[in-house]
Write a protein that binds this ligand. Structure first.
Ligand SMILES: Nc1ncnc2c1ncn2[C@@H]1O[C@H](COP(=O)(O)OP(=O)(O)O)[C@@H](O)[C@H]1O
Ligand SMILES: [Mg+2]
Length: 631
């Protein structure tokens, strides 16, 4: 289908969704489908739920945020369970401003933008549909037309609670244009749109002197006063402030605590009573979710001021810390790069991971209680198995510092350094070392880093580099073997056959001669020595492995060489030790002979075909690993 057809199809679809009728017609719709009368808070919650929820390790994951937000599962779970869900059920939290508080570039704006864009789309669906009094500048809820004394009856009939008073403008129109006949008032379906200023509003602070409260609550239209005779005629008022326009949906308050106090007081009344004051009118009811964000410094200043106590108690503060998982940080970089103008540059494998390792290290706090080093803590947080630690340890570590993740390097900084490295290098390929170098250079220019942090950060760069060195070495060594996994498996099977025979005091069947022979002590020791297992400790190590195998068998899981962290290390090291000399000579020879050259080309081809390198980055990798092995 070509583009014009699609355009037409969309227009037809739009046409089909349009609906107009009288209030009497609308009541029929509501009775059939009460969901259309839900509150703004409830609609937002339903939208999040409708994208799917899954559960893992007792925690909920909300798919609504997939693809845009990574590593914030716990913050989001809290947000939904402590704000969106109770607010949807009309509990008291709904009357409070939701304030996202967290470090710069930690995803706060992204979360709010997703909610806004999501709600726009949701209003096009059957479940998210909503209706308003026709031509009302605030798209007022039609049910406000029901007079207060009849609302109890309405509740009994429909189960729907009506909150909020009819606005002065619609009250006047009802009298003047419809002679008080509620059932005749025209109603229409509305579609939320920030561009069209329907149900989505944004307010960002500007110069406090020039900023006008009218931006929030609308203003008198002086040109029409003559026509209507009085300033207090609602028809002479423009209900076009952000608070008016955001009615029925979401109002975003960017960097809220940078705003002038008088703006904040308006918000106080809005959230407290669900209404706000505009011009000379009675209070105007509003049905909107107010979501604000701020950074921690501003928040601390704000709450330290006694004058702000009343406001503070009207807020629900939700922390949005930095992500603390390396693999999620990598995904954030991938996302940011794919959206940038360097999206077509080749990024060598492990480069983003190395940058992510550095970032996460800057965000983690050294544990005092468990004597665990930062690298291990980082691995644990990322869901890796670290021998000697279990799920309970992770919980304990996470609770040790409640403000972990509130400081450190932000993802934007890293992306800027990556772009800068790309521009500087001027080639369409960049590797982990280029990025680390660029991050290091950038630290000197970073305005807000203390001398102390700079010292730590330099250490973290060194740590990240060491992690990369290990990855680089094992990648090259793997690429030297025709099929690494296969070789590892063969070696492990061989080892396990011998271990089993040893532990059961059995003989082993020699596949070549067919003879029964003693277990091959030399082979077993050559593997065990790789990870420093002494002659005295070998028996218990072997038994431990057999126990692990039987535990796997009981659970119906397959045991492979990765199922036991230390065994995996031993097998890899053994394979690499056998290879080391070959790799060393091949990668560092200045004048490679014909067989060496052939080998290098094979390895490069394998790195390109199977490991995601291009020829530039593969060559760089080989040269680097050669220098590492020759140290
Ligand atoms: N946890 C995260 N998951 C995905 N993207 C993130 C995350 N944290 C930050 N980002 C990205 O970093 C950039 C800055 O985030 P932003 O939402 O503007 O932060 P804030 O409003 O907290 O300053 C955005 O492009 C955002 O998508
Ligand atoms: Mg922001």
């Amino acid at each position: 289908m070509n583009f014009l057809d699609k355009l037409k199809q969309f227009r037809d679809y739009e046409g089909q969704l349009k609906w107009e009728g009288t209030f009497a017609d609308y009541l029929e719709l509501v009775k059939k489908n009460p969901i259309i009368a839900q509150s703004a808070h409830s609609r937002v919650y339903q939208m999040i739920i409708s994208a799917g929820v899954s559960e893992k390790d007792g925690h909920k994951h909300y798919h609504f945020f997939d693809g845009q937000i990574y590593g914030l599962d716990e913050a989001i779970e809290r947000l939904v369970e402590e704000y969106f869900h109770p607010a949807a059920r009309r509990l008291d939290v709904k009357k409070r401003i939701l304030l996202l508080m967290g470090p710069v570039s930690g995803g706060k704006s992204t979360i709010v933008t997703m909610l806004k864009r999501g709600l726009e789309k949701y209003s096009w669906t059957d479940e998210g549909a909503l209706y308003a009094i026709k031509d009302c500048p605030m798209h007022e809820d039609p049910l406000h037309l029901i007079p207060p004394h009849l609302r109890e009856d309405f509740f009994e009939e429909t189960g729907i609670r009506v909150e909020g008073n009819l606005s002065p403008l619609n009250a006047m129109r009802l009298e003047k244009e419809y002679g008080g006949q509620i059932e005749d008032v025209p109603i229409e379906r509305i579609f939320l749109s920030e561009d069209k200023r329907v149900g989505i509003g944004t307010f960002s602070p500007s110069d406090p002197k020039s900023q006008d409260i009218a931006d929030l609550t609308g203003s008198i239209d002086f040109s029409t006063i003559a026509e209507y005779g009085s300033e207090s005629d609602p028809r002479a008022y423009r209900f076009d402030g952000e608070l008016n326009k955001a009615n029925r949906g979401i109002m975003e308050f960017q960097e809220m605590l940078k705003c002038d106090e008088k703006f904040l007081w308006h918000l106080l009344s809005l959230t407290q009573e669900g209404n706000f004051k505009a011009g000379r009118f009675a209070l105007i009811s509003a049905d909107e979710l107010i979501i604000a964000h701020t950074n921690e410094t501003e928040y601390r200043t704000f709450i330290s001021n006694k004058k702000n106590e009343a406001l503070h108690s009207r807020m629900i503060v939700m922390p949005v810390p930095y992500n603390l998982k390396v693999s999620d940080e990598e995904k954030i970089y991938e996302k940011l790069i794919s959206e940038s103008d360097v999206a077509n540059v080749h990024i060598a494998p492990h480069a983003l991971r190395t940058a992510a390792t550095f970032s996460i290290l800057t965000r983690l706090k050294e544990s005092k209680s468990r004597g665990i080093d930062l690298i291990k803590k980082m691995r644990l947080y990322d869901g890796e198995i670290v021998e000697g630690y279990n799920a309970a340890d992770i919980k304990e570590l996470q609770h040790e510092f409640p403000d972990e993740g509130m400081s450190g390097i932000d993802p934007r900084y890293v992306i800027n350094r990556i772009s800068s490295a790309i521009i500087k290098k001027g080639v369409p390929s960049i590797n982990a070392l280029d990025i680390l170098r660029s991050i290091k250079e950038g630290l000197d220019q970073h305005p807000s880093i203390t001398e102390e942090d700079r010292t730590h950060y330099t250490e973290y760069i060194a740590l990240a580099r060491r992690e990369y060195d290990e990855l680089a070495k094992s990648e090259v060594q793997k690429a030297f073997v025709y099929s690494f996994e296969e070789s590892a498996k063969t070696l492990m099977d061989n080892y396990l056959d011998n271990v089993e025979a040893y532990c059961n005091s059995n003989k082993i069947f020699d596949p070549i001669t067919g003879d029964e022979v003693d277990p091959d002590e030399k082979l077993m020791r050559s593997i065990e020595e790789q990870i420093g297992i002494s002659e005295n400790a070998k028996k218990s190590f072997r038994e431990e492995i057999l126990i692990r195998i039987s535990a796997y068998a009981r659970k119906g899981k397959r045991f492979n060489y990765k199922s036991h962290e230390r065994l995996k290390e031993a097998i890899q090291k053994k394979l690499f030790a056998d290879l080391k000399d070959v790799v060393k000579i091949t990668t560092s020879s200045k004048t490679p002979d014909e067989t060496q050259l052939k080998r290098v080309n094979e390895v490069i081809a394998r790195l390109v075909d199977e490991y995601g390198y291009n020829s530039t980055s593969a060559n760089e990798l080989l040269r680097y690993v050669g220098s590492l092995l020759n140290r």
